[in-house]
Design a protein around this ligand. Structure first.
Ligand SMILES: Nc1nc2c(c(=O)[nH]1)N(C=O)[C@@H](CNc1ccc(C(=O)N[C@@H](CCC(=O)O)C(=O)O)cc1)CN2
Ligand SMILES: Nc1ncnc2c1ncn2[C@@H]1O[C@H](COP(=O)(O)OP(=O)(O)OP(=O)(O)O)[C@@H](O)[C@H]1O
Length: 196
C-alpha cells in the first residue's frame, strides 16, 4: 500500500470513532502519559488541537496546566515548518489555512521548536520502530530535523499520541523522517529500541 492509500484508510477509520470512544481513548492515554518520567521532567510542552479523529490531547493539556507546565500549540510558518505559541485556557484562537485553530500571537511570542522539552505529536500511522506517518505536509519533520544530528538524549522528546489501530507493521523510512521517542496508545506505551 502506498503512503497515500494508507493515509486515506487510517484517516477514514479515525473519523468513524464515536465521541464516547474518543473520550475513553483520550482518558486512557492521559493516564499512561502522566506516569512517564519525560512528562514529569518537562516544563515546556507542545500539544495540538485534535481534528479529523485524532487522539484528543485536551485532558492531558488540562492536567499539565494544573501541574504548572507551560503549554504550546503549533503555528504554521510560511516556509513549511512550525513555530510554537504559548497556550493557556484564555488564549485567543483563530483557524489556520487547514481550518485548525491556532493562537493569535505577536511575532515575538513565537517560539522555535528547539525551545521545547516535550512534544505530543499528532499522527496518522506509526510503527514500533518510531516511524511516523503524518498528514503529508512534512511540517513536523521539517521542524524537528535538528534532532537527526543531535547527540542522544536529544530534546525535545517527540511522543506520538495514537489510537492503537494506527499501528502498522513497518512504515517506509525516508531520510528526512524524524523518529518518535515513544508512542502512547490506549493499550500501550511503545518505546522504540534505542530511543531515550
Ligand atoms: N491537529 C493537528 N494540528 C496540526 C497538524 C496535524 O497533523 N494535526 N499538523 C501536522 O503537520 C500541522 C498542519 N498540517 C496539516 C497538513 C494537512 C492537512 C489537511 O487537512 N490536508 C487536507 C488537504 C489539504 C488542503 O486542505 O489544502 C487533506 O489531506 O485532506 C491538515 C493539517 C500543524 N498542526
Ligand atoms: N527536513 C525537511 N526538509 C525539507 N523537506 C522536507 C523535510 N522533511 C520533510 N520534507 C518534505 O515534506 C514532504 C512530506 O513529508 P512526509 O510525507 O514525511 O510528511 P508527514 O510527516 O506525513 O507530514 P506532517 O509532519 O505534516 O504531519 C516530503 O515530500 C518531503 O520532501
Amino acid at each position: 500500500m502506498s503512503p497515500d492509500e494508507l493515509r486515506r484508510e487510517l484517516r477514514g477509520r479515525r473519523r468513524t470513532l464515536a465521541c464516547t470512544e474518543q473520550a475513553a481513548v483520550a482518558a486512557a492515554i492521559t493516564e499512561r502519559v502522566v506516569q512517564l518520567a519525560t512528562f514529569a521532567a518537562a516544563t515546556h510542552v507542545a500539544a495540538y488541537l485534535a481534528f479529523d479523529g485524532e487522539v484528543d490531547p485536551s485532558p492531558l493539556v488540562a492536567h499539565a496546566w494544573r501541574l504548572g507546565k507551560r503549554l504550546y500549540l503549533p503555528l504554521l510558518r510560511d516556509d513549511g515548518g512550525l513555530d510554537f505559541a504559548p497556550y493557556a485556557p484564555d488564549t485567543p484562537l483563530a483557524p489556520n489555512r487547514f481550518g485548525i485553530d491556532e493562537p493569535v500571537v505577536d511575532a515575538e511570542a513565537r517560539l522555535p521548536a528547539t525551545a521545547l522539552d516535550l512534544v505530543f505529536a499528532p499522527l496518522v500511522g506509526f510503527d514500533v520502530a518510531g516511524g511516523r506517518l503524518g498528514m503529508g505536509g512534512g511540517f513536523y519533520d521539517r521542524s524537528f530535523a535538528f534532532l537527526l544530528d543531535a547527540e542522544p538524549p536529544a530534546t525535545p522528546h517527540l511522543i506520538g499520541l495514537a489510537h492503537d489501530f494506527q499501528r502498522v507493521e513497518r512504515l517506509p523510512r525516508q531520510p528526512w523522517d524524524v523518529p518518535l521517542t515513544a508512542i502512547v496508545t490506549e493499550h500501550a506505551v511503545y518505546v522504540p529500541p534505542g530511543a531515550a
